[in-house]
Every structure is written in structure tokens, then in C-alpha cells.
Write a protein that binds this ligand. Structure first.
Ligand code: ADP
Ligand code: MG
Length: 245
């Protein structure tokens, strides 16, 4: 059984078709890239899977069970984690406190920084920070961190909910090329180690072709190709959309 199965997914805005009839699957431990020109429907697809946007038609199955049109929090509870393009950490709190709060939230405790003055979930936070290479910076404030390190903390926060599937919306936006490669290598290692599936959007073709196991190509709301990086490189329709040849 696939980890994620998307069938005939569509989103319309009145007469405007943002996403039309797309179907794909994603396996546990796999990195799947969703690419396409601006306006192709990438964010729309993400938001339908995550529950932030209502589905017009079609179905989303997680481990065989429908999650279509459930509230975002319920989808998150069922194992779909997210990172966002805009950094979601609280700068005036420490790295550990941010991750402790993600753990508190996952365990249904109220989301309050007061509780993290003590060591509640501190050991678990340290373990997650170890996984993303940030253990040594646990007591620094997030506002002091380099941008690439903030992204690592966000990844640790997303992992706090033990997601089966991780949705990453342009995870490397605003990062230097070296930092991008490092973050994606880390994401891949974590996905493999935890058997977590990753769906990500990405503009840098270096990152896409370097790290994706498979690639989905959207253009004007339609899925025009899907396959391995090698398949996609050679696909005439993809070349036309990207290079106009
Ligand atoms: P991408 O993330 O690939 O750049 P989006 O999924 O954000 O593309 O958008 C797909 C299309 O849907 C775009 O043409 C966009 O203008 C349109 N769209 C997005 N949100 C709305 C909305 N609230 N109302 C109408 N059209 C929208
Ligand atoms: Mg987008």
C-alpha cells in the first residue's frame, strides 16, 4: 500500500481551474518533488493534501484511509507534518524551547512557553535536535541563528509530531546553494531513517534532480509528466514547458 495516494484531485475557483484531475502516489521513505512554473498549482495541491484548502473533486488517502477535506489539525494528527516557506520559529525563545513546544502541542498540551522554563520534553527535544545537527545550539535564541540553521530547527519541530508524510513548501527558499544541498541531504537521510515520505516543491533544478527519487511536473493545473529524474529530463513535454523547445 502507498503511503499517500492522490486520485483525480481537482480544485476550481468558480470557472477557473487551478488543479485538474491529478493522480499520483508516494511511498514511505521516498522523496517526491512537485515542480512546475509559477501558477501551475503546486501550492494548491499542497494545501488540499494538508487540509488548508477544500478539495473540489477527487480523493486523498493516507495509508489507505481517506483524509480528504478533513480539518488541518486532524490531518496533522493522522501523520501529515508540514514546514512552511516563512520561518515559523519564535525568535525570542531558544532552539530547545521551540522544539519543546512543538512536542507539547503534539501531546495535546496547551501551547505555552511558560511550561518550557522547566525540562518538560527537553530530552525528546534534544534527541530531535541531534537528528538535525543542532544539539550544540539548543540553548541559543532562534533570532541569533543563521537562516539555514533556523530551517533545521523547523525540521526538528515538524518531526516532533512523528509524521509519516512531510509536506515541505519550498524548503530551501532564500538559502545559499551550499546550505540547500545540506538541508536536502539531511531531509533525505531522515526520510530514509524514519521511513517518512516527503513531498516537496522546489525551484532549484539542482536540488530537484539531485535529491528527488521521482518528480511530478505540473503545468496549468495538469500533471504533464511523472517519473524518475532521468525520465523527466528526457520528457519532450517537460522540455517544451521549461525551455520552449
Ligand atoms: P504555484 O504554487 O504552482 O505557483 P498556485 O497553486 O499558488 O500555483 O496557484 C495556481 C493557480 O490558482 C494560479 O493561477 C493562481 O492565480 C490561482 N489561485 C490561487 N488561489 C486562488 C484564489 N483564492 N482564487 C482564484 N484563483 C486562485
Ligand atoms: Mg506556490
Amino acid at each position: 500500500m502507498s503511503l499517500l495516494e492522490v486520485t483525480h484531485l481537482s480544485r476550481h475557483y468558480g470557472d477557473f481551474i487551478a488543479v485538474e484531475n491529478i493522480s499520483f502516489s508516494l511511498q514511505a521513505g521516498e522523496l517526491l518533488a512537485l515542480i512546475g512554473p509559477n501558477g501551475a498549482g503546486k501550492s494548491t495541491t499542497f494545501n488540499m493534501i494538508g487540509g488548508q484548502l477544500a478539495v473540489t473533486r477527487g480523493q486523498v488517502l493516507l495509508e489507505g484511509k481517506p483524509i480528504t477535506n478533513l480539518a488541518p489539525r486532524r490531518i496533522w494528527k493522522k501523520g501529515v507534518g508540514r514546514t512552511f516557506q516563512i520561518a515559523a520559529t519564535f525568535g525570542s525563545f531558544t532552539v530547545a524551547q521551540n522544539v519543546q513546544n512543538a512536542l507539547l502541542s503534539h501531546h495535546g498540551r496547551s501551547y505555552s512557553f511558560w511550561q518550557t522554563a522547566d525540562r518538560l520534553y527537553r530530552d525528546q527535544a534534544d534527541a530531535l535536535l541531534e537528528q538535525v545537527g543542532m544539539r550544540g545550539q539548543a540553548d541559543r535564541h532562534c533570532s541569533e541563528l543563521a537562516y539555514g540553521d533556523v530551517k533545521r530547527v523547523e525540521l526538528a519541530m515538524a518531526l516532533a509530531s512523528e509524521p509519516r508524510l512531510l509536506l515541505m513548501d519550498e524548503p530551501t527558499a532564500g538559502m545559499a546553494p551550499q546550505e540547500r544541498q545540506e538541508l536536502m541531504a539531511l531531509t533525505r537521510d531522515i526520510a530514509r531513517a524514519r521511513n517518512t515520505g516527503v513531498l516537496f516543491t522546489e525551484h532549484s533544478m539542482d536540488v530537484v534532480f539531485g535529491f528527488a527519487d521521482r518528480i511530478l511536473v505540473l503545468a496549468r493545473g495538469q500533471l504533464i509528466a511523472q517519473g524518475t529524474p532521468q525520465d523527466i529530463r528526457q520528457d519532450p513535454q517537460v522540455q517544451q514547458v521549461y525551455f520552449g523547445t
